[in-house]
Design a protein around this ligand. Structure first.
Ligand code: FMN
Length: 175
């Protein structure tokens, strides 16, 4: 099996992280892979925000937990030290698909480099909030962006779970 196919099959979501940041070169390589995802009509509707700042990481985690209805003691980022946020321009007809493909590229690139990750949801609600809009404004991000997802990144602090068996009716053939 090719190395690419092995990575696609073996990537798993990680839900317990060591506190150390990943290497900068790996972070840049993961981000670059994200920017090369296919997008509808090549419009490149998504943007990626890389958060390695602990204060902002903790603030986003608290916002996310609040959306979940959880208290401040819950960390929906599972202790991951950093994250990539994907948002996409709602003016592009395919923005959700575009942003989701970027997320896929990011998580598979991370797996290829031995970096653990997990898609964390609720980016939509996060960046629809006044606090989220303020964060975008502070970065000079103008426009009509919807949060697609967060990819938390780091190194696992415990072994990852095996993949669930694939459902038997996943695939249909017309031959
Ligand atoms: C759209 C989407 C949203 C997800 N949101 C969360 C989330 O908020 N929290 C979480 O722990 N995992 C989240 N996940 C990860 C899934 O739970 C995980 O991919 C799934 O259980 C399969 O496990 P695997 O990634 O190890 O194959 C999300 C995945 C996707 C694709």
């Amino acid at each position: 099996m090719s190395e690419t196919l092995k990575v696609l099959e073996s990537r798993r979501s990680c839900r317990a992280y060591k506190p150390e940041l990943i290497e900068e070169e790996k972070l840049q390589a993961i981000i670059k892979a994200g920017t090369y995802a296919a997008t509808g009509m090549g419009k490149q509707s998504p943007i990626i925000i890389a958060v390695t700042n602990k204060e902002m990481r903790d603030r986003l985690s608290a916002m996310n937990a609040k959306i979940m209805g959880r208290g401040e003691d819950f960390d929906p980022f599972y202790g991951a030290p950093e994250l990539l946020i994907v948002l996409a321009d709602k003016n592009a007809a395919t923005y959700i698909y575009d942003g989701s493909l970027v997320m896929g590229n990011l998580m598979n690139a991370a797996a290829d480099l031995g970096v653990d990750s997990c898609w964390i949801h609720r980016a939509k609600e996060e960046f629809e909030s006044e606090e989220g809009k303020e964060i975008l404004k502070s970065l000079g991000i103008k426009g009509d962006y919807e949060g697609i997802g967060h990819l938390v990144l780091g190194y696992a602090s415990e072994p990852l779970k095996d993949a669930a068996p694939r459902k038997s009716d996943y695939v249909y053939y017309i031959r």
